[in-house]
Design a protein around this ligand. Sequence first.
Ligand SMILES: [Zn+2]
Length: 321
Amino acid sequence: MKKFIYFFLLIISFSSLANSPSDTLKKITKNIYGVFGVPQQVSKENRGFISNAYFYISDKYIVVFDALSSYQLGKELISTIKKVSNKPIKYLIITHYHTDHFYGIQAFKEIGITTIAHKWAYEYLSDPYAIQFFESRKKVLGNYLKGTKIIPPDVAIENYAIINLDTETIEAKQVCKGHTNGDIIIYIPKENALVVGDLIFDERVPFLGSGNSKSWIKCIDEIIKLKPEVVLPGHGNVLVGQENILNKANFTKQYILDLRSIIKNWIDEYGYDVDYVKNNIVKAMIEKNPEYKKIKLFESVTKTNAYYIYFEVEKELFMEP
Ligand SMILES: [Zn+2]
């Protein structure tokens, strides 16, 4: 019986750990902290806490990067920040308008924090798909989405912005159209740290369904050129050290290159259709690199990616002279 209770307590403590931003809080550098979502698809069990958010405490102000995936999680993120520092939160910068990164925005808006994102956010929100997706997410999360509003940022960035924190500045820029058509990366010079959103991952495959995979490869090269010492991704582990960052960035890049080359060859040489591609891509990718098999969500995300890459590559082939 004792053993059973111990096991039960273990389950409780694990699930609360997975569900609460404050329990995942980590100090990353002298003045940067992060909270870390679970490597899963959205479910009631994880309350949609599947992505990371970070905050930087400058001399005067706090800047937050990403808002998590519901109003409630956004509020929990704010209370987690307040436990670390009582400096005012000046800005919320959203790396890209994907639901797990911006659905918490209302929590920041209602306490008067200026929200910033790439101007593509407006395009995303004007697409009926944004509402459809919100409705389908409500079906999965139910009450956990209570209070969540899909709203635009206060300030939109096009290519580049210097963000003034009074005694220092940080930079936000779009290096290319990659994961979405509106990804911004944020460079914090004092810590030589770079917030990269969903452009680079460690032990996770990227989602290739709403940007441009061909130019994403160039994004990764641009990020490498910046030589950050710390990379803060939207999912998974923080990357520390330039050599480690280079390895992980190249791994993400190679995944995209492998997926594109297999599908391009299948369309060009054999004329295979999208169903064939979806059904056979996992096996073909593992043949290219058995390491892929070890990555969380590899099979499900790769099948989805193959669907989108099929149409992207088909279009490229059609456009080629
Ligand atoms: Zn994303």
